[in-house]
Design a protein around this ligand. Sequence first.
Ligand code: G3H
Ligand code: ZN
Length: 280
Amino acid sequence: MRTNILLDAKAGRFAIGAFNVNTYDEMIAIADEAEKRQLPVIMMASMSSAKFFGIPTFAKLCRVLDEAYSIPVISHLDHCTRPELLLDCVEAGFDSVMYDGSHGLYEDNVQVTRRLADVCHKKGVFIEAELGVIAGEEGPVKSKFSEFTNPDYVADFVKRTTLDSLAVSIGNAHGFYKGKPEIQFDLLAEIRANIPDTALVLHGGTGIPGEDIRRSIRMGITKVNVGTEIRAAYMRGVKDYVAVHPQDGDVREYVVSLREAIGKSAAKYMDCFDCRGDQK
Ligand code: G3H
Ligand code: ZN
């Protein structure tokens, strides 16, 4: 795995888009948009999506796309709460994994993440972990409330777990936001100051306004996760095509229109990821 890719992004003031996918068509639509912008891209499988694809199949599909496109295409396991499944993904050749121990006790989160990080690093696999709780639902991880990342703990957590990137809870949430998201930029600044060399991850990308995404990237976010909007675009694409072609659909024409719908949604986010030309 190109483990320095998020740190390269940090140094270069851009972020890497990480998109939750369940189908090959989503992967193609997203990779096409990333290629147009010459941005690396991360394909994320949730625990259930990894099983749906087949764990080795997902790893291999990403590898094939990585070879086929000129940009890096990285495979990632998202929000994994089961260490055995995470280790299966590492074994199968995933480039990157997330262990999510955020709902348990701090000390357990430290211990389990550290144990998994040791295995990942021996295999050259990148590991993300989370501190604080992100509200909403993402696969098996559900919470009605958010618990912001405590900036006083981040340095200890990073040091003891040896993680490669940290997912933060700073007002972001999974799913569609009810109202405007209130990203806590002061908290992000505090976290950043306490762990200046660590790649930070913003989950719950769906619905965060472009200007807030850009601001958080300028403040050190290097990976932005987007899932809900991609799934919604997929379903919208299906409905729109079938509405126009209730009887006379063509498979390839359908797939192309579906990919366009997904690509458009992914593009909206990707257009915010490159902040190299921003003033500050
Ligand atoms: O881990 C996945 C992301 O945080 C996706 O969040 O579905 O709200 O875009 P989202
Ligand atoms: Zn998430």
